[in-house]
Design a protein around this ligand. Structure first.
Ligand code: NDP
Ligand code: 2IT
Length: 448
């Protein structure tokens, strides 16, 4: 069987063994499409069934999360933790609280996380978790009770040397606080390194809040620089208005670009004067408000839209930072027609495969999430490092480390793509570079 035939057979086998998990199939497919040139050079990987092993999570945990709402009614949610791969270090990856969370979503995120974490060059394996719990409209007390119940099961599966969760959609410093408090109470251990994204006063690391967004902006800056261009003076669109989007906007502004639009799941705002970062952060992070309130408060320059998509607007740099599959082929065509030159994924898998293909065919620089948004998890690993040494680094030093890591990831993807005969194909470069690192560690450890 040729390499592409055996990849197709394996893909089919994975799809039938894991039915009704379309996002997981999509993530697998994206990786498989780029591996052939590397597998040709490494017949020992096929012999050791490395690909088959990597696609099967080491452990999958699904559990009941019962809690009582403010009206006194019992609610039941489902919790997940998929411990995908620990070849490079303890399982590492966020928790997502969103009604759309199911096993397929957690597995796609966990699978991506393996290669993303490998690209950081830091000692972290891949995992992901979450719940179909919807934090929207819940009181602080409800959030606390839910987090306590979630951790009452999760605690037995995690630990600083085992599995280290963090935040993702719907999980920020507030939730990590409740989760950490319950872990500490149940185990009677102040084990700082068991969770990342903690508050600064109790073991958190500077720049972790900003890291994913900052890292995405740095990554797009690197892609442009490698092609003799820059961010200065560009109109940029950032979708979403959560943790990743907010700090991508701040860093793009600091690097000389101008973000003219952002969004949430109900609409988007266009601000002709450029998004006011401080106002946005106040509304979204402090007040937990909606993007429509930004438009109301900002006045004449801002327009709020609920019809159509944020990708209807023209820009030369696009940073999708909301959620998976938010940017489809039609949006990609419009962006290409409006002159987009670079797209970097702050979110995980926000661009549909057809959109990625269109960008690549049109010569648009495309940075896949596993490279472009790796700054968040990389800074989580720096948080673990600070916890292990009971140290706390300055903002400047932490940001310098993040910047250096993003530059290295860019170089790694860029050079790997060129080495395998596909210059500027960052998808191929990221997949092969990440895969190689995991594969070599697994080979060295035998059949595990
Ligand atoms: P937040 O919960 O802080 O923000 C999520 C944002 O995306 C909100 O604006 C939200 O709008 C929007 N959004 C969520 N779901 C949907 C949906 N189904 N349709 C449209 N908009 C949606 O999450 P983060 O900023 O942390 O995460 C954003 C993305 O970045 C995710 O893909 C995540 O996996 C990825 N990521 C996050 C990292 C981190 O460190 N936090 C690290 C690397 C990647 P609304 O409020 O209306 O729901
Ligand atoms: O998708 C991601 O990389 C994250 N949500 C961050 C994971 C982490 O462990 O910091």
């Amino acid at each position: 069987m040729s390499i592409s035939e055996s990849l197709a057979a394996l893909r089919q086998n994975i799809e039938s063994r894991n039915p009704a998990e379309p996002e997981f199939h999509q993530a697998i497919n994206e990786v498989f499409e780029t591996l052939s040139p590397m597998l040709g050079k490494h017949p020992e990987y096929a012999e050791a069934k490395l690909l088959e092993r990597i696609c099967e999570p080491e452990r999958q945990i699904i559990f009941r999360v019962p809690w009582v709402d403010d009206a006194g009614e019992v609610q039941i949610n489902r919790g997940f933790r998929v411990e995908f791969n620990s070849a490079l270090g303890p399982y590492k990856g966020g928790l997502r609280f969103h009604p759309s969370v199911g096993l397929g979503v957690v597995k796609f995120l966990g699978f991506e996380q393996i290669f993303k974490n490998a690209l950081t060059g830091l000692p972290i394996g891949g995992g992901k978790g979450g719940s179909d719990f919807d934090p929207k409209g819940k009181s602080d007390n409800e959030i606390m009770r839910f987090c306590q119940s979630f951790m009452t099961e999760l605690y037995r599966h995690i630990g600083e040397y085992t599995d280290v969760p963090a935040g993702d959609i719907g999980v920020g410093a507030r939730e990590i606080g409740f989760l950490f408090g319950q872990y500490k109470r149940i185990t009677n251990r102040y084990e700082s390194g068991v969770l990342t994204g903690k508050g600064l006063a109790w073991g958190g690391a500077r720049v972790r809040v900003e890291a994913t967004g900052y890292g995405t902006a740095y990554f797009v800056q690197e892609m442009l620089a490698a092609n003799d261009a820059g961010l200065g003076g560009r109109d940029v669109i950032v979708s979403g208005s959560g943790n990743v989007a907010i700090y991508a906007i701040q860093k793009v502004h600091q690097l000389g670009g101008r973000v003219v639009a952002c969004s949430d799941s109900t609409g988007y705002v266009h601000d002709a004067d450029g998004i006011d970062f401080k106002m946005l952060r106040q509304i979204k992070e402090v007040e937990r408000g909606r993007i429509s309130e930004y438009a109301e408060r900002r006045g004449a320059s801002a327009r709020y839209e609920t019809n159509g998509s944020i990708w209807d607007l023209p820009c030369t740099v696009a940073l999708p930072c909301a959620t998976q599959n938010e940017l489809d082929a039609e949006a990609a065509r419009r962006l290409i027609a409006s002159g987009v030159v670079a797209v970097a994924e702050g979110a995980n898998m926000p661009c549909r495969p057809e959109a990625v293909r269109l960008f690549q065919e049109a010569g648009v620089l495309f940075g896949p999430g596993k490279a472009a948004n790796a700054g968040g998890v990389a800074t989580s690993a720096l948080e673990m490092q600070q916890n292990a040494s009971r140290d706390s680094w300055s903002f400047e030093y932490s940001e310098q480390r993040l910047h250096e890591i993003m530059r290295n990831i860019h170089t790694d993807c860029f050079e790997t793509a060129a080495e395998y005969g596909h210059p500027r194909n960052y998808v191929l470069g990221a997949n092969i570079a990440g895969f190689n690192r995991v594969a070599e560690a697994m080979l060295a450890m035998g059949v595990i």
